[in-house]
Ligand binder design. Structure first.
Ligand code: OOB
Length: 554
């Protein structure tokens, strides 16, 4: 691509771009052995030295490619050298939007080596989201596939580059078009890179979000590696683990719970699954002797339905983790008989805290709870609306703080003032209760968010887009129950007086054309003349939600 106007891009500074752990906590987490002073780049180097010829990564499609630990380590070095030669430096942000392909791991480990920060976009994100990530982070580069799922990412990149002054490079896995081929970047390393310190940021993860624009989650090497180590211990991940990455590799769940990074941490093998359907995944489980994977509940339902009838050999599968949204006890009971493996529920968040049921929990606990925290130093409070602890066993707001839970979002001081308590607890927005064994049960949600089968939608983001439609006077987007997805989205629309009548399909098209990810396009649209109001005259989402059930297909 053309070299665009260059302007100095400030590097990140720990504790400045985002609040970090106060010294006393950091000391405690180090003394407890949680933070061990490792980095991702160093971790890969060590694994490559310990077992160079073991297979780290398999990308089965379209032609099977494998990477030994030595090869992945060398690729990361050569790519890091190429990125460095193109001016990408420690602290720079690079938006990475790659599907489940081997280049994903090569790119992020190359960036880890430099100390540049991957910003993990999902393959479904479009111009609105990508534009926001690039401008908020002042990204210097954007890494894409050529085409994925019928969409040409190169055209999108051209438009993003034109409006983002900081963006100097677009790297393409595949046919680069007018941009730079990722395959042309690697070169022989010149001098050793200084690299990041373990307490510094490793990457920016995306929040599910409740606000008009998604927030970015700053994770350090120390804290994320601890969550991997803890997850591996709980899930029994070791060098024999063969983890199938079914969900998008950029999401926190398949990345670290225990995920593909957990598998690499343990010296095991991560196998990238191009599509999550049983027709793709089951034969791969048989061929690659997969032992473990992670699924969102709707996918777990589909796999459970398909399991008994499959010709594929699923006998290697030992453990399936299910999380990201509430998994019903009824569905949970059916998984083991259908797939012939164990189930573990996981309730986590990209901001940090992850809970797992345990391998030695009884069946009832595995089926009816969402697990307990990874760490003895995860602090969990369950409070009422006034912030007081509820009586043991009662339901309340989950607040948490700990050795791998962030103390603030990236460059979002205003939002941080309400998303965190003064003493550093993250307000998760989830309503939970705790059982006598310390397991959490997710009972609901206080945050204004829609959980569409694990994909999170901030209604405000969709509302803001719809408010720009010339015929729309007001809009409110709410969740409605859905048998398969758990929830889907409904947009209530009030049209402007005298405006042209709109069809639901035109409303949906407008959201798509404005460049929002497809999963954020309202599933249902209903036209109304007024919204129910709360006591102080605000739109009552609660009132709208109850008006919506049961909703009909539009
Ligand atoms: C995972 O991470 P995020 O950041 O996409 O979403 C976090 C939110 C939680 O606050 C909660 O509202 C919901 O997703 N959630 C669940 C759940 N797991 C996540 N709600 C009910 N039951 C569950 N089991 O979704 C995520 C990150 C790491 C591991 C697993 C999931």
């Amino acid at each position: 691509m053309s070299e665009l106007a260059k302007q100095p891009v400030p590097a990140t500074t720990p504790g400045v771009d985002a609040p970090t752990w106060p010294d006393g906590f950091a000391r405690r987490y180090r003394a407890a052995g949680h933070w061990r002073g490792e980095t991702f780049g160093g971790m890969l180097r060590e694994r490559a030295a310990a077992h160079p010829d073991r297979i780290a990564l398999v990308d089965p499609a379209p032609a099977r490619r494998t990477w030994t630990y030595r090869e992945l380590d060398e690729r990361a070095d050569r790519l890091a050298a190429g990125f460095t030669a193109r001016g990408i430096a420690k602290g720079d942000r690079v938006v990475v939007q790659l599907p489940n392909i081997g280049e994903f791991a090569e790119v992020v480990f190359a960036l880890f080596r430099i100390g540049a920060l991957p910003v993990y976009a999902l393959p479904a994100h479009r111009e609105t989201e990508i534009g926001h990530f690039c401008s908020l982070t002042e990204a210097v580069a954007y890494v894409i596939p050529d085409r994925h799922a019928g969409f040409d990412h190169r055209d999108l990149a051209t438009r993003i580059a034109a409006r983002t002054p900081s963006l100097r490079h677009v790297f393409v896995a595949g046919d680069p078009g007018e941009h730079t081929a990722l395959a042309d970047v690697p070169c022989d390393p010149a001098e050793p890179l200084a690299g990041p310190e373990p307490h510094e940021l490793a990457f920016l993860q995306l929040s599910g979000g409740t606000t008009g624009v998604p927030k970015l989650i700053p994770r350090t090497h120390d804290d994320y590696l601890y969550s991997l180590r803890g997850s591996n211990e709980i899930c029994g991940v070791d060098a024999d683990t063969r983890f199938l990455v079914v969900l998008p590799a950029a999401h926190n769940f398949p990345m670290s719970s225990p995920g593909w990074l957990g598998a690499l941490y343990a010296g095991g093998t991560a196998v990238l699954c191009p599509r999550p359907d049983p027709e793709t995944a089951f034969p791969l489980i048989g061929r690659e002797r997969i032992t473990m994977t992670g699924l969102v509940p709707p996918l777990a339902l589909v796999w459970t339905e398909a399991g008994p009838a499959t010709d594929s050999d699923l006998s290697s599968l030992e453990l399936v983790l299910v999380g990201g949204a509430k998994y019903s006890a009824e569905a949970a009971r059916r998984l083991t008989p259908a797939l012939g493996c164990r189930l573990m529920q996981v309730f986590g968040m990209a901001e940090g805290l992850v809970n797992y049921t345990r391998l030695d929990d009884d069946e009832e606990t595995v089926h009816t709870t969402q697990g307990r925290p990874i760490s003895p130093d995860d602090e969990v409070r369950i409070v009422d609306d006034a912030g007081h602890d509820v009586p043991e066993g009662g339901t309340g707001h989950l607040l948490t703080r700990g050795p791998y839970t962030i103390r603030g979002y990236w460059r979002a001081p205003g939002h941080n003032a309400t998303a965190f308590t003064e003493d550093g607890f993250y307000r998760t927005g989830d309503l939970v209760r705790r059982t006598a064994t310390g397991h959490l049960v997710v009972e609901g949600r206080a945050k204004d968010q829609i959980n569409r089968g694990g994909e999170k939608i901030a209604p405000e983001e969709v509302e803001n887009v719809l408010l720009a439609h010339p015929s729309v006077h007001d809009v409110s987007v709410v969740a409605v129950p859905d048998e398969y997805l758990g929830e889907r989205s409904l947009a209530y629309v009030i049209l402007r007086a005298g405006a042209e009548p709109l069809k639901p399909v035109a409303v949906k098209r407008f959201v798509r054309e404005r460049g929002l990810a497809a999963y954020k396009v309202p599933d249902l649209v209903e036209f109304v003349t007024a919204f129910p109001q709360t006591g102080i005259g605000k739109t009552s989402k609660k009132g709208l939600r109850s008006a919506a059930a049961p909703a009909e297909q539009h």
